[in-house]
Design a protein around this ligand. Structure first.
Ligand SMILES: Cc1cc2nc3c(=O)[nH]c(=O)nc-3n(C[C@H](O)[C@H](O)[C@H](O)COP(=O)(O)OP(=O)(O)OC[C@H]3O[C@@H](n4cnc5c(N)ncnc54)[C@H](O)[C@@H]3O)c2cc1C
Length: 566
């Protein structure tokens, strides 16, 4: 059986970011613009031009060396990584993302322009927008950018409950260009462009749902159901590899990257009267919606009968769905929120996105314990919130009587009438006067608990890992442990990446860290990418030095000095 170099589970933004980054030679996320330019220059022209070594006074020109034409983002032809991507939702990148955005009728992303999956350049999405002449698809974030208010001044204006005031812009005029949100179609087109540019498009992603992951010696797999394991890399029998079992078969790989989002099933709170048999014609979780409004309501809307929908949840999705329901003919929506309406530009507080993010990120990384990190993570995200734009839309619906908003209210019990095909009684705390309801949507998020992800049971038993708040305590390389090259990107890496982990900003930062370490793991196995002439020895030393510099490995300054000796 074939052994892949890298197997990525999940073809969402985090999986795509890792796959692309593993094919990108220039690590822009850690390079400054100048270093980036210089790196490109060395890669493109370094073998054609003389680079003077000031210590030996010799030129580095080699007659035998051929110019390296592999430019920015082009995958190396030789020694290309042997990679496979599995995704439960579809045989293409971003299937789930695209499905949800279409289902919820989302026109624009919530996140700013520098939240994207392209490893080539921090400004890649912005650059792509200009290149394709699609500036009209950018939506401004009014009030977000402007006269900056320092954290110090904000602290001075602390409100009564000790919270730092969120009013006043956090982002200076200089960064205005970043604080637009791209249209959904622009973002999708950019993701497609990333996949195309790195040659990781069609054929790489297979639709398979992963059911189990093991990491054992090759000999353990011999004679098992999947037939004999052919070791084409002449691995010894005690070499450990991953065996990934899916609903369609078995795959072996040296490295596995987990990019499955929360990994858990959508969470519907236990409510008296809800039948557990899913799917039910009277309710579902937002992430499991079929047609919207659902068939029983669509029929009534067609007959011009009055309809009512109950949406539970305080995040942006619940308000987006309320708006969509009204626009699609639902007569009235009842919106139930456990807390108050929280209004934020992004899922995380602006000071984790704007100018002060480095300060916050530094204190996150230097926290003494994972419990402290978890507290910071939860505080920065602070549950569901809506954007100022959707606050206005919500207010307009409330004013027109189409939406009835109940904050600080929880759903207690419901009762379904088979004859009427409606929820005839619903009780809440505190009590609110709800009529019969046609359909309930639970926009109540996803649980994060690594112990409740069934396909990780075996690996948990083989290599137990500590968890805090349901998040795994990975090592700093985003690896399961020093001996198990199971890398995790996205939300489940929240204790290492910070509050941005569940968002696009986390996808790119995580991909950067994972890529460095995947290369290290494969190199140790003799499976490193062979970019120059198919031999590790031929690998350009200047590249290695610059890579070391960017990764902060070895002596950073030493590696810069040595660049010129090649
Ligand atoms: C409606 C909506 C809008 C959002 N908008 C934004 C936004 O504008 N900006 C932002 O930064 N964030 C946004 N987010 C947050 C968003 O979820 C993340 O940014 C992004 O989707 C995280 O990517 P991911 O790859 O970690 O997870 P996902 O996008 O959830 O992808 C995970 C993939 O793993 C697959 N998978 C899971 N389990 C298995 C298995 N057992 N076997 C095989 N495959 C599996 C799934 O099928 C899925 O395709 C939004 C989220 C939602 C729901």
């Amino acid at each position: 059986m074939h052994i892949h170099d890298v197997l990525i589970i999940g073809a969402g933004p985090c999986g795509l970011a890792v796959a692309a980054r593993l094919h990108e030679h220039t690590p822009s996320a850690t390079f400054t613009d100048d270093e980036h330019q210089r790196y490109h220059w060395i890669r493109k022209h370094g073998r054609r031009m003389n680079i003077k070594n000031y210590r030996t006074n010799t030129d580095s020109f080699s007659k035998n060396a051929s110019p390296d034409k592999s430019g920015h983002g082009e995958p190396s032809k030789e020694g290309k990584l042997d990679m496979l991507v599995l995704d439960a939702d579809g045989a293409a990148w971003m299937t789930k993302w695209n499905r949800l955005f279409k289902k919820f009728g989302i026109q624009n992303l919530r996140s700013p322009m520098f939240f994207h999956v392209d490893p080539a350049d921090r400004d890649a999405l912005l650059g792509y927008t200009y290149e394709k002449d699609r500036e009209k698809e950018l939506q401004a974030l009014p009030g977000c950018v402007g006269k900056e208010v320092s954290k110090h001044r904000k602290k001075k204006k602390r409100n009564g409950n000790g919270m730092i005031s969120q009013t006043g812009a956090d982002v200076g005029e200089r960064d205005r260009k970043d604080y637009f949100t791209p249209s959904s179609s622009l973002f999708t087109a950019h993701c497609e462009e990333v996949a195309r540019r790195y040659g990781i498009g069609s054929g790489l992603v297979q639709q398979e749902r992963v059911q189990n992951i093991e990491y054992s010696n090759l000999e353990c797999y011999q004679g098992s159901d999947d037939g004999s394991v052919m070791s084409e890399h002449s691995l010894s029998e005690d070499q450990k590899v991953f065996r990934v079992t899916t609903d369609k078969g078995i795959h072996l790989s040296h490295v596995v990257v987990l990019a499955v989002g929360p990994g858990n099933a959508p969470l519907i709170p236990p409510i008296h009267g809800l039948t557990s048999a899913a799917p039910h014609e009277g309710y579902c979780h937002a992430l499991q919606l079929g047609s919207f409004p659902p068939p029983n309501m669509a029929l009534k809307i067609e007959r011009r009968a009055a309809t009512s929908m109950l949406i539970v949840g305080g995040g942006l999705t619940s308000v987006q769905l309320a708006d969509l329901a009204i626009r699609r003919g639902v007569s009235k929506v009842w919106l139930l929120m456990r807390g108050d309406v929280k209004v934020k530009y992004f899922d995380i507080e602006l000071d984790w996105v704007g100018k002060f993010r480095n300060v916050n990120q530094a204190s996150f990384w230097s926290a003494d314990t994972d419990q402290e990190r978890l507290d910071m993570f939860l505080q920065a995200r602070n549950g569901g919130s809506i954007t100022p734009r959707y606050r206005k839309i919500l207010d307009a619906h409330i004013a027109s009587g189409k939406v009835s908003l109940h904050t600080n209210t929880t759903l207690k019990s419901v009762s379904w009438s088979h004859d009427l095909r409606m929820w005839t009684s619903t009780t809440t705390t505190p009590e609110s006067d709800l009529p019969s309801i046609d359909f309930i949507v639970f926009s109540t998020g996803m649980q994060t608990n690594i112990n409740a992800v069934p396909f990780l049971n075996t690996i948990q038993q083989q290599y137990p890992i500590d968890c805090v708040g349901g998040f795994p305590c990975l090592n700093n390389d985003l690896m399961w442990s020093d001996d198990v090259p199971l890398f995790i990107n996205g939300r489940l890496a929240g204790l290492r990446l910070g509050p941005g982990a569940p968002n696009l900003v986390g996808a790119r930062a995580g991909a950067e860290r994972i890529a460095w370490n995947v290369e290290d793991v494969l190199q140790k196995l003799g499976r490193a990418r062979k970019e120059n002439g198919g031999s590790d020895k031929g690998r350009d030393e200047a590249d290695d030095n610059l890579l070391d510099y960017a990764a902060g490995r070895k002596n950073r300054f030493g590696s810069l000095v040595d660049i010129d000796s090649n």
